[in-house]
Design a protein around this ligand. Structure first.
Ligand SMILES: Nc1ncnc2c1ncn2[C@@H]1O[C@H](COP(=O)(O)OP(=O)(O)OP(=O)(O)O)[C@@H](O)[C@H]1O
Ligand SMILES: [Mg+2]
Length: 310
């Protein structure tokens, strides 16, 4: 487990009659941006709380930066920056004052504080608003201030719980770019928690999908694609010459799950490779095959499939 900066084995959390996280094996390498994806109530926040030592696992173990969060929570908190779902600030203090407070709380030396705060404010694009009280901040600005607070600790790992919630598209793009920069410039490891696949997909090297307390798949976006192909999911785009209704015949082919008109042809989703039967069908009808193209499922399709199955 120790080769990973974050690792868990059989991590489980039960609340009375409710299992929130079940038998979780998570491996995150140093310097990686890992997307932790799952619908509401899947167990993402509970997992994070266990990684930070803020709640105790019922079974299993976790290791973060080489420490056990349950028995060595201070060691973990010193190295991990955490942005909770709803970060709180001192609303009457300015952004800079809030950051200064956090820096002193984390025992950053006075001689370094000014530089560190300025760097954090610059990095999240709040330099021009640094001296405004936080109560005047928009949601997106507060979220960025939350990230600056996380950075002021100079962490090895940052854990962001739904950081894009309630932020406009431009703000989301800036935040995701910031995550990429942090990884590149500081070699930070990032655990990014979200239920929005298309956001996570852009910045993560690996993704884990958790549904109803269980991690159902983890790997690079490519590996997830291959996993689903292994389960015999084939998509084809078919186009024939002339104006021939084909939908019924295509849907009737054994193994075709779904058939819909797309562009000048049909898009069929199948549980097996139906190309031989398809060719026979087209030849028997005396039609010209203009196009037959296999399409890889998109990550979006994979995600929805796993969500539906769970
Ligand atoms: N303190 C608690 N006591 C009892 N049940 C809890 C507690 N905290 C969480 N749960 C339950 O555990 C499950 C997982 O919750 P969790 O907050 O980890 O989900 P999540 O993936 O973060 O969801 P969301 O996307 O909505 O933030 C849910 O069913 C929730 O009701
Ligand atoms: Mg949550």
């Amino acid at each position: 487990m120790s080769e990973y900066i974050i690792g868990t084995e059989g991590l489980t959390k039960r609340y009375r009659d409710k299992i929130a996280v079940s038998d979780l094996d998570l491996q995150i390498s140093r310097g990686e941006v890992f997307g932790f994806l799952g619908p509401n109530g899947a167990g993402k926040t509970t997992t994070i709380l266990m990684l930070l030592g803020l709640t105790e696992p019922t079974h299993g173990t976790a290791s973060v930066c080489g420490f056990n969060p349950t028995t060595q929570p201070l060691e973990v908190k010193r190295r991990v920056g955490y942005l909770p779902e709803n970060p709180g600030f001192y609303e009457d203090l300015t952004a800079r004052e809030n950051l200064g407070y956090i820096a002193r709380l984390n025992r950053i030396g006075e001689d370094r504080i000014d530089d560190l705060l300025q760097r954090g404010l610059d990095q999240v694009g709040l330099a021009n608003d640094a001296n405004r009280p936080v109560r005047e901040f928009s949601r997106g600005m507060k979220q960025r201030l939350g990230i600056a607070e996380v950075l002021v600790k100079e962490p090895e790992v940052i854990i962001l719980d739904e950081p894009t919630l309630g932020i406009d598209p431009d703000g989301v793009t800036r935040l995701l770019d910031l995550i990429t920069d942090l990884q590149r410039e500081r070699g930070l490891t990032v655990l990014l928690c979200s239920h929005l696949l298309h956001q996570v997909q852009r910045v993560c090297q690996r993704i884990g999908i958790i549904v109803r307390s269980r991690m159902i798949v983890q790997g690079s976006p490519d590996e997830l694609g291959k996993a689903i192909l292994k389960e015999h999911q084939w998509n084809f785009l078919v186009e024939v010459g002339g104006d021939h209704p084909m939908e019924e015949a295509l849907s009737a082919l054994p193994g075709v799950d779904q058939c819909e008109a797309r562009d000048a042809g049909w898009f069929i989703r199948c549980t097996r490779d139906v190309r031989p039967e398809l060719m026979t069908l087209i030849r028997d009808r005396g039609l010209d095959l203009l196009q037959l193209r296999a399409e890889d499922p998109t990550l979006e399709e994979i995600y929805l499939k796993y969500f539906r199955e769970a």
